[in-house]
Design a binder for this molecule. Structure first.
Ligand code: DAK
Length: 258
């Protein structure tokens, strides 16, 4: 029996799959689900067979936000003492690439979860929004910060203040998602791209991901220093020797992730 109640987890061809699994409530994210998601990510991060992680939702939503029923009676002190954002913050420490495959609604906390992914592939009929303003609250799991860093102040303001839902095409135009795909091809296309990443030298992938994330947080100068150290570090890997030797010998490299 699966140890997960709110997600489904599987592994295939070097890919780790995490599927939000509360379709009756459009995958509304309750607290135990957050714990399950974070633990599943961390397990895949430790699993040498998994090179890339794909996050998706079952049914007609990626996730329609945090579970409103669960939090409607909470007080500020309850939330402070629960301190659940600390758990959520651990998503930022996942080292392997994470691709979100979004279909249907990605709203509120569901959109925030999507924004924790490194790349987003979405079905053409997906919709994204921050409806928190309509509930008398605001995003609290990174929405105002991650969206603004991604698309800039003016566009983020429009999205966050209006609470409107935006289409996948709009999200594509504004650079929130990488691809808008016909719904029936979403998983196939996402897996195809994930497999391409899975075939690359894992240490390069790991340090490129880390360096790109630093570009978001650091000044250009600090980011460049960080990038340089990671560049040097890769010259200590067997895969660098193999990759360059294979090029010189005009053959395919065999990467080991060492
Ligand atoms: N919470 C609980 N139940 C939800 C839900 C939600 N966010 N979204 C949908 N459901 C449930 C509905 O109540 C309904 O349940 P039944 O009535 O069948 O029992 C079922 O899912 C199907 O939904 P609808 O009947 O409403 O379906 P429609 O197609 O008519 O509408 C909709 C789809 C997505 C437009 C609508 O369901 C909707 O507006 N949903 C709420 C969207 C929303 O406001 N989301 C933002 C919530 S605030 C945190 C991290 C993050 C957050 C907080 C804390 N920590 C780490 C601590 C974030 C906060 C939020 O996300």
């Amino acid at each position: 029996m699966s140890k997960h109640e709110y997600i489904a987890v599987s592994e295939r061809d070097g890919l780790g799959f995490i599927e939000l699994n509360r379709p009756k409530v459009l995958n509304a994210i309750n607290r135990p689900m957050v714990s399950e998601i974070v633990e599943a990510f961390e397990e895949f991060d430790r699993n040498d067979n998994v090179k890339v992680i794909i996050l998706s939702g079952k049914g007609r939503a990626f996730a329609a936000g945090a579970d409103i029923d669960e939090m409607s009676e909470d007080g500020a002190i309850d939330l402070e003492l629960l301190n659940q954002f600390t758990e959520w913050d651990r998503l930022a420490w996942i080292k392997k690439p994470v691709i979100g495959a979004v279909q249907g609604f990605a709203l509120g906390g569901g959109f925030e979860l999507a924004l924790c992914c490194d790349m987003l592939f979405a079905a053409e009929d997906a919709s994204f929004g921050f409806p928190e303003v309509n509930l008398g609250v605001m995003p609290g799991a990174g929405g105002t910060q991650r969206l603004t860093k991604l698309i800039g102040k003016s566009r983020a303001m429009e999205w966050l203040l209006s609470g409107d839902r935006f289409t996948a095409l709009q999200a594509l135009e504004w650079g929130v998602i990488n691809r808008a795909i016909a719904p029936e091809l979403l998983m196939e296309e996402t897996e195809k791209f994930a497999k391409k990443l899975a075939s690359k030298p894992p240490l390069s992938i790991r340090l490129i991901k880390e360096s790109v994330h630093k570009a978001v947080d650091y000044s250009l100068y600090e980011g460049m220093q960080y990038e340089r150290k990671n560049f040097y570090l890769l010259f200590a890997s067997e895969d660098q020797k193999e990759g360059m030797k294979a090029f010189v010998e005009k053959r395919k490299p065999h990467f080991k992730g060492k």
